[in-house]
Write a protein that binds this ligand. Structure first.
Ligand code: SF4
Ligand code: SF4
Length: 475
């Protein structure tokens, strides 16, 4: 048996060392700018029909009034969050958290079922990048024209086109920042203040912060956000199974790839359906070649499907060389529409939606908080009656002005002295000081439980809270 370790001569020359050093430091691969080709097709229409309602919703909601205030409004100074008819108070924070958790589970369920449709069709990064790409094509022309323009030396034409593109980008970015801040501060005033250069320092900071982020992410970074910054892109593969929808190239049908004329008998030439035209690569916003197999860079936008279908139509071949499919379908294995993972996510989602809806429907529209004055056990009036003092906080959680009546029960003959009738504006919180008074001979025990009630004038809402009434020792 040969037990010697083979030795190899090492080249210690300066050139070799320098080469190793250069290779060792050359870890960073320069980003190649992606020039996407414009494409039309079925999935482009779907993207249009899903993207536009989202965009319109985002830009218009702060302008649409609901009960005299913006339909979605996060009123931080008054600590109230309004979403259409619903108002959330600081105590409802758990409900706001529930909305986020429900949204997350909806996303998990859809991802297990339909793959990265969120990334491809509805993610703000995708939608805003599409707007910025449209502006780029409008200002600088088609893919080839843009590539030529970037290579060309500076000229008046180049300067004008670049200026137009960046002006459009900045316009969309500022509008995006303004709208975002409009969810926290009334947008009509905000817009006026922006136009008259009269913004407060925080409003100005946040508008320009979000404008800058939009300009940078959608204009410059684009696919880099999906590839390197988005945490969801990293862990969503955990939700995938072999029956999740993916965008995939069919190598059985496509290979061997190669150019040919439409009239050629390509099968006799040993070729598959892929004409190697590179259209699927040129339209891809992340710059990958889907023919290399399933890749984490693929955001399932289906642009390559539209691009390839166009080529298949031109060649007179059947569509679907690149298509939405599943790993099982690609391998001719049995597909499963209903899977344990999907059922699990779906069941949790339905349970949470039902629980959330019931909680919202059974929410009190009125809140009461009572503090008994603990500085003295009890007091005595000039008539010799026993009195206890209480501070009540009453909050009107409805969207209308309400009248309320305060009453107390628990001891016969106990009466309230102070403001027992209130009128509160929507969302108003008021503090009321009340004295509960009783003649000493009517007090059955020295320490008794009593209950305060706040009832709306039309009897539609009532809340109560218990407290104690303390008097002198009774023998
Ligand atoms: S490979 Fe196709 S589906 Fe994936 S990102 Fe590129 S164009 Fe979109
Ligand atoms: S678009 Fe279709 S035919 Fe053209 S290279 Fe891509 S897979 Fe092949």
């Amino acid at each position: 048996m040969n037990d010697k370790i083979p030795l190899q001569d090492v080249d210690n020359s300066d050139d070799a060392v320098q080469q190793v050093e250069t290779e060792a430091f050359d870890l960073y691969e320069k980003r190649e700018k992606i020039y996407t080709r414009k494409i039309k097709g079925f999935y482009q229409k779907v993207r249009l029909y899903t993207g536009w309602p989202l965009l319109l919703g985002y830009f218009l909601l702060p302008w649409i009034n609901w009960n005299g205030r913006p339909s979605v409004f996060f009123d931080l100074p008054n600590r109230q969050f309004h979403i259409l008819e619903l108002t959330f108070w600081p105590k409802d924070f758990i409900l706001l958290s529930a909305i986020l958790i429900i949204s997350a589970f909806a996303l998990f369920t859809i991802t297990t079922w339909l793959g990265r449709v969120w990334c491809g069709y509805t993610c703000p990064q995708t939608v805003w990048t599409s707007i910025f790409m449209w502006a780029e094509q409008f200002a600088e022309g088609s893919r080839n024209q843009r590539m030529k323009l970037d290579k060309a030396p500076w000229s008046v034409n180049k300067l004008l086109r670049k200026t137009l593109k960046h002006t459009m980008w900045v316009g969309v970015a500022v509008l995006t920042g303004l709208t975002f801040v409009g969810y926290f501060s009334p947008i009509r005033e905000l817009s006026l203040n922006l136009l008259t250069f009269d913004l407060g320092p925080w409003e100005a900071f946040w508008i320009f912060f979000f404008a800058f982020a939009t300009y940078g992410n959608a204009g410059w970074m684009r696919e880099q956000v999906c590839l390197y910054m988005c945490p969801y892109a990293r862990f969503q593969s955990a939700m995938f199974d072999r029956d999740t929808l993916i965008v995939s190239y069919d190598p059985e049908r496509g290979e061997s790839r190669g150019p040919r004329k439409k009239e050629d008998d390509y099968k006799a030439m040993g070729l598959g359906d892929c004409v190697d035209c590179q259209v699927c690569v040129q339209v891809c916003p992340t710059g990958i070649d889907i023919r290399d197999g399933l890749q984490y860079e693929c955001i399932n936008c289906a642009l390559c499907i539209d691009g390839c279908n166009e080529i298949m139509d031109k060649m007179g071949y059947e569509r679907g060389l690149i298509s939405y499919t599943t790993e099982n379908r690609l391998e001719h294995k049995q597909e499963h529409k209903v899977r344990p993972k999907l059922l699990g996510y779906g069941a949790v989602l339905v349970f949470m939606i039902v629980a959330f809806t019931l909680t919202i429907l059974s929410r009190d529209e009125l809140e009461l908080d009572i503090n008994r004055d603990r500085s003295t056990l009890y007091g005595t009036t000039i008539n010799g009656e026993i009195e206890n003092s209480y501070a009540l906080k009453v909050l009107n959680k409805t969207q209308d002005t309400q009248r309320y009546l305060i009453s107390v029960e628990g001891i016969e003959g106990l009466v309230l002295d102070g403001r027992t009738q209130l009128e509160l504006a929507p969302g108003e919180l008021t503090e009321v000081s009340l004295r509960a008074i009783i003649a000493p001979e009517k007090l059955p025990a020295s320490n008794m439980q009593i209950e305060f009630f706040v009832t709306s004038e039309d009897q539609s809402a009532q809340v109560s809270e218990e407290s104690r009434f303390i008097g002198p020792s009774i023998r």
